[in-house]
Every structure is written in structure tokens, then in C-alpha cells.
Design a protein around this ligand. Structure first.
Ligand SMILES: [Mg+2]
Length: 401
């Protein structure tokens, strides 16, 4: 059966997320960098920066030389990962057949949902408007629709930024003929150079080249190249990423060992809010919380408790985790953490109790803000004095147990 595949690619992803979060950056050339801006490269250039000649992977000093008005902005991987979960959740409203390809690209198989290319275009437009509604005006996507992943991705490349295109089976040869060999995902500089040595510079020439000779030169990849030149994709279809997450957890190694309950409470509360947010974002609630502490001498203690009512509210998670840990905080603490498990889908029913209902609507409003501006857009007053610094060890966000 002929498939209908969507390839959705966010435009200048990291830069757009920052522009969405910070109005000061909108309409300006910005380059997202690593922490050390002087020795870093541009991970993503905004659309405005690209127009002025800044390219991805360019060193920051070179980018500044080309575009002196370029604003270098340190990247925030946690924010990008949050938004990635958010847009993949939007795609799941339309089909369960989703394969994330990179942090800002996904393939969707919408054959059953769309029925034909007219339906596919409609779904693509609906996805666009849901993205705008949930993520804001500044995070935009390009969408390619085609009979397989390879052609959908190539089609998407041709309409960047912010385009939408449909390439049906009869049109794939036309599409290939309009493209350069290196536009195709799978033909990198080394394969390209070897093809050039064989006198192959276009898809027409690749198509005309005998398969046996291609296989002699490229072994099994020769068949892939031959098929690709005809717009056929030898890879398997969209492999759904149904994740079977068992728990959501965060732990943090404190800047200094301490026994001060005020400091420990702040960190634990901050971590509980992170866990609660990720659960609400994924539409689940938990019936169990496990609290974890590591002492200065590297001994550990962890204990769990089960809720009567499942929850995804950071405050509930914190209160139980704190009641577990409190009696054990007699010597210096090095690390605190908690995880939520026994997950089930959030029934989204309003609580019977007024106080709970009010809290649910506050959380709902705060989540809308986080969806739009990224996690970290709000903090509880009690956790204001602390900051979670991402570290290569000791800090695990999106840590799944
Ligand atoms: Mg992109």
C-alpha cells in the first residue's frame, strides 16, 4: 500500500525557541552557542542571521566577522528538550505513528488518518495551527509530504523556511532532478566525492549508471543509491516511538554538603516541580513517590510511599518526599532526589474539593506559560534562592528509571 509520510522540521530551532521566549531577540540576527562563547561554534543561526551569511557550525569569531551585529546567545538544552516533547505530543494528537529523527525533526505516517494527499495537506495545516497555538508565533515548521521518509525529508528541504509541499509518487523524479545530490539525506561529502569521480553529478546521471557498477564501488550502499535515485526508500517505514516510561525522576548534587533543612527543602521542592511538570506535559499521574538522599560519606537512603489519589502536582510530590527524608537528615547531605512511579494516564477530571480545583487551575495556567516559554519560566518564591546548574554528573534531567 502506498504510504503517506510527513516530515516536519522546525526552522532555526534553538534560535526560534529563544526568540519565542525573549521578545528582545525577535527579528534580530542571533547565534546559539555553547557555554564558552569565544571558543564555541554557532549551533543554530536565526533566520535573520542566516540571511546575513551566518551558517550552522561556523566558529563564533568567524560569524561575528561576517555579521558584527550578531547576538551570541548561550543554548539551553533543557528548554529545547521540553519543547521537543511538547511538539511530539501535538503530533500524537493526529497519529500514533511518529518517529523522532532529531531534536527538531520527526516523521509521521498518516496513511490511515489522511487517506489521500488532500487529507494529508489538511492534517499538515492543522498541525501547523496547533503548533502556533501551543508554542507561539515564533517557532515555525517546514513540512514535506511524500510516499516515503527519504522523499518527505528531501521535499521538506526544498521549502525551508516555513513551507509546505506535497510530492506524490509521479512527481518524485521531478523533485530529484531539481535537487543536488548532497540535498539527499544519505549522500554526505565523501559519498558525493566518490560519485563525482565516477562522473555522476546529478540524479539523472545516478539513475542512468549501471547498478552492478554502483554495487562494485559502494557494496550494499550501491543498491540504496540506485533506489534513492528513483525516489524509492529502502529504510523501514516510520517506526513508532511508543515509550514505555516507568517513572519520572530528578536528583541533584548540592553545591555544598549541608544539614540545613531550609536549603534541603528548597532543592527538593524545586526537583519535585520539575518532575510534576514533565508528568503533566506527558499527560500522566503517579501513585507512588520515592525519595532519595546521599550523605557526605556516600551512603544512601531511599524510601517510597504510595498516594491514595494519583497526582502530578509538584507540591504533593514534595510534601510526601520531604516527610520521607526529614527523619533521616542527621548528617551532611550530598545529594537529594525523588522519582514518581506507578504511572497512569491523567483522567483530567476536576477534583471534588474546591481547594484542589483552584490549585488545578493555577497549575493549568502555569503549564500554558511553560508550554509557550519553556520550563523555568516560573518558580515558587520559596525556591527563588536556589539554581539548578546542569552538570555532566549529578544532575539528571529527563532521567528515566
Ligand atoms: Mg530544523
Amino acid at each position: 500500500m502506498q504510504r503517506i509520510i510527513l516530515h516536519i522540521d522546525m526552522n532555526s530551532y534553538f534560535a526560534s525557541v529563544e526568540q519565542q521566549a525573549n521578545p528582545f531577540l525577535r527579528g534580530k540576527p542571533i547565534g546559539i552557542t555553547g557555554k564558552d562563547q569565544i571558543r564555541s561554534v554557532v549551533a543554530t543561526a536565526s533566520i535573520e542571521a542566516k540571511k546575513l551569511g551566518v551558517k550552522t557550525a561556523m566558529s563564533t569569531w568567524e560569524a561575528k566577522k561576517i555579521c558584527p551585529s550578531l547576538i551570541l546567545w548561550p543554548g539551553d538544552p533543557e528548554k529545547y528538550s521540553d519543547i521537543m516533547h511538547r511538539f511530539n505530543a501535538i503530533y500524537r494528537e493526529f497519529t500514533p505513528h511518529i518517529e523522532p529523527f532529531s531534536v527538531d525533526e520527526s516523521f509521521l505516517d498518516i496513511t490511515e488518518e489522511a487517506e489521500d494527499y488532500f487529507g494529508a495537506t489538511y492534517i499538515a495545516q492543522m498541525i501547523r495551527s496547533r503548533l502556533k497555538e501551543e508554542l507561539g508565533d515564533h517557532i515555525t515548521a517546514s513540512i514535506g509530504i511524500a510516499p516515503n521518509k527519504l522523499m518527505a525529508k528531501l521535499a521538506c528541504e526544498t521549502v525551508k523556511p516555513s513551507g509546505l509541499t506535497v510530492v506524490q509518487s509521479d512527481d518524485v523524479i521531478d523533485l530529484l532532478n531539481r535537487c543536488n545530490l548532497t540535498d539527499l539525506c544519505g549522500i554526505g561529502p565523501r559519498i558525493h566525492a566518490r560519485l563525482n569521480t565516477l562522473g555522476i553529478k546529478t540524479f539523472q546521471e545516478l539513475r542512468a549508471f549501471p547498478l552492478e557498477d554502483l554495487q562494485r564501488e559502494f557494496k550494499s550502499y550501491g543498491l540504496w543509491l540506485h533506489e534513492a535515485s528513483h525516489g524509492r526508500d529502502l529504510s523501514q517505514g516510520v517506526t513508532s516511538d511508543i515509550q514505555d516510561i516507568k517513572s519520572y525522576g530528578h536528583s541533584y548534587t548540592l553545591p555544598q554538603n549541608t544539614t540545613d533543612p531550609v536549603i534541603l527543602k528548597r532543592y527538593l521542592f524545586g526537583l519535585a516541580d520539575k518532575v510534576g511538570w514533565r508528568m503533566r506535559r506527558d499527560g500522566v499521574v503517579a501513585r507512588r513517590v520515592t525519595a532519595h538522599v546521599r550523605f557526605g560519606n556516600f551512603t544512601n537512603h531511599s524510601e517510597q510511599r504510595t498516594f491514595n489519589e494519583p497526582t502530578a502536582d509538584g507540591k504533593n510530590l514534595f510534601e510526601v518526599a520531604w516527610s520521607i527524608l526529614r527523619p533521616h537528615l542527621k548528617s551532611d547531605v550530598r545529594l537529594v532526589g525523588l522519582s514518581a512511579s506507578l504511572l497512569c494516564q491523567n483522567p483530567s477530571q476536576p477534583s471534588l474539593f474546591k481547594k484542589e480545583r483552584n490549585m488545578q487551575s493555577v497549575l493549568c495556567a502555569l503549564d500554558t506559560l511553560q508550554h509557550r516559554y519553556g520550563s523555568g519560566v516560573w518558580k515558587r518564591a520559596s525556591t527563588l534562592p536556589i539554581e539548578f546548574k546542569p552538570r555532566s554528573s549529578g544532575f539528571h534531567f529527563d532521567h528515566e528509571v
